[in-house]
Write a protein that binds this ligand. Structure first.
Ligand code: 4AD
Ligand code: MG
Length: 432
């Protein structure tokens, strides 16, 4: 007899198999017990018929408690009413680990309670679906990057140079020196692009942002491609091709998870249509002003209501291009057609999910970059290695960063980013 997981059910119809599972719920009448089971890969039903099993087995089935782990012998059957399409006709049950007073019951729980029990909450079907889609996006990212000729280079987590806003750094001791947790691998990505041409980094990044919104995590994973001899236009073309690819991969490989999340696949299909619309920052400001956003002046950064409104004018993700230099980081290349702005773009997801990608062409001239470092009040010595890249065979280059959990939240269509990380780090929350 084979030991299988329910994902393999199609190959075992009408055969007797062994399955290791946990009991998520149970219902029984006099003659039949329905066990809701999960085996780590799938959620499914086990049926125990009184006349079909020993008395001990039927009694055991009736008394199983939530999250008890079991070894079950049963026969795989087709079940058109279930999402999975199969169920298990149970013959024998053996308890492996008992479970009593499991805190997460089938009734509704508040968010704080669930967050306190994140280590258990992960077992629920919705959380399982989100993590399955997260895994698919990670896998699709590696596939896409390999197909496009990129090499993965890991950036350090402990760093001495800050790429983004220096007020959002986590400080830590580094023997006798001071170090930060990485906010972005970008500066190292640029060095690696000069060595390998096209590279990407993919790792955890940290922002000590005091933001408590449904889009912000303190620790999140960022994927950052960097390309030598790419102008900003070429980078935008890569960005939209990549995003369409991960959406398509989720549509193709995560049907069950999308059903669990009640995500409309027709909606997702729109996001695989290229190209994505582009709108200049300046046009976006005018659009907002015309539509009653009196709080926005040229030179201001957009908040989420602004991003949501602009994105709502379109059906796909959009690029807002060429923001003012003053609100973007020091490394962005000045737009030769309008020196008040830089060659950059944010990709804004539809349906109110906000910015998922930030990217730009990088300043490649030594003196201009050095001036910018000084103007931003940064310490030139700390950035000397980064300036060196402009000293020895500098080339135009571009890159971008996508926040994994932002992409997951949007593609899943879920409410809050905290459910898109297995163990989210949030403002005032580092437990569990
Ligand atoms: O726009 P950001 O700050 O850009 C960078 O860090 C660049 N160095 C990237 C690059 O060009 N290589 O961050 C990039 C993306 C955002 O678009 C967003 O998706 C995500 O990272 N992000 C966050 N995700 C969750 N929580 C936060 N606090 C985030 N901050 C940024
Ligand atoms: Mg940004």
């Amino acid at each position: 007899m084979d030991t299988i997981t329910m994902r393999q059910a199609a190959d075992y119809v009408e055969q007797e198999v062994t399955i290791y599972a946990w009991v998520t719920n149970k219902r029984s009448s006099g003659k039949i017990a329905f066990l809701q089971l999960r085996d780590g890969q799938a959620y499914f039903q086990g049926i125990v018929v009184k006349n079909d099993v020993t008395e001990e087995t039927f009694d055991l089935a009736k008394n199983l408690t939530q999250e008890t782990s079991v070894r079950i012998v049963g026969i795989v059957q087709v079940d058109d009413r279930s999402k999975l399409g199969y169920e298990l006709l149970v013959k024998e049950i053996e308890v492996i680990g008992e479970s009593h007073d499991y805190p997460i019951t089938p009734k509704e729980h508040g968010t704080d309670f669930l967050m306190d029990h994140r280590h258990l909450w992960l077992r629920s079907s919705k959380q399982h679906a989100i993590m399955t889609i997260r895994d698919e996006i990670i896998y699709a990212t590696y596939q896409f990057m390999r197909q496009e000729g990129f090499v993965k280079i890991d950036a350090p987590i402990l760093t001495g140079s800050a790429p983004e806003n220096t007020t959002e750094l986590f400080h830590t001791e580094y023997f006798d020196e001071e170090a930060y947790l990485s906010q972005s691998g970008q500066l190292y990505a640029e060095a690696a692009a000069m060595a390998f041409g096209k590279i990407f980094t993919f790792g955890p990044t940290f922002r000590a942002e005091k933001s408590k919104t449904r889009r912000h995590l303190i620790e999140f994973w960022m994927m950052e491609p960097e390309m030598a001899n790419y102008n900003h236009e070429q980078s935008l073309a890569l960005q939209e091709k990549y995003v369409a690819y991960i959406v398509q991969s989720v549509i193709d490989n995560c049907q069950l998870a999308l059903t669990t999340l009640e995500r409309d696949v027709e909606q997702l299909k729109k996001y695989t249509q290229l190209p994505y619309p582009r709108i200049e920052y300046t046009e976006a400001v005018e659009l907002l002003q015309k539509n009653g956003f009196d709080d926005i002046q040229w030179g201001d950064d957009f908040g989420s209501p602004h991003e949501t409104f602009i994105a709502s004018q379109y059906e796909q993700p959009i690029f807002i291009v060429n923001y003012p230099k003053s609100i973007k980081p020091f490394y962005m290349k000045v737009n030769p057609n309008d020196p008040r702005t830089v060659l950059c773009a944010d990709m804004i997801a539809p349906e109110g999910y906000g910015e998922i990608i930030g990217g730009s062409e990088r300043e490649d001239d030594y003196e201009t970059l050095k001036e910018s470092i000084i103007k931003f009040g940064l310490d030139v010595d700390t950035y000397q290695w980064y300036l060196d890249l402009r000293k020895y065979g500098s080339v135009p280059h571009s890159g971008f960063g996508i926040g994994l959990e932002r992409a997951v939240t949007w593609i899943c269509g879920t409410e809050h980013i905290r459910e898109s990380a297995p163990f989210p780090r949030l403002l005032n929350r580092i437990y569990p």
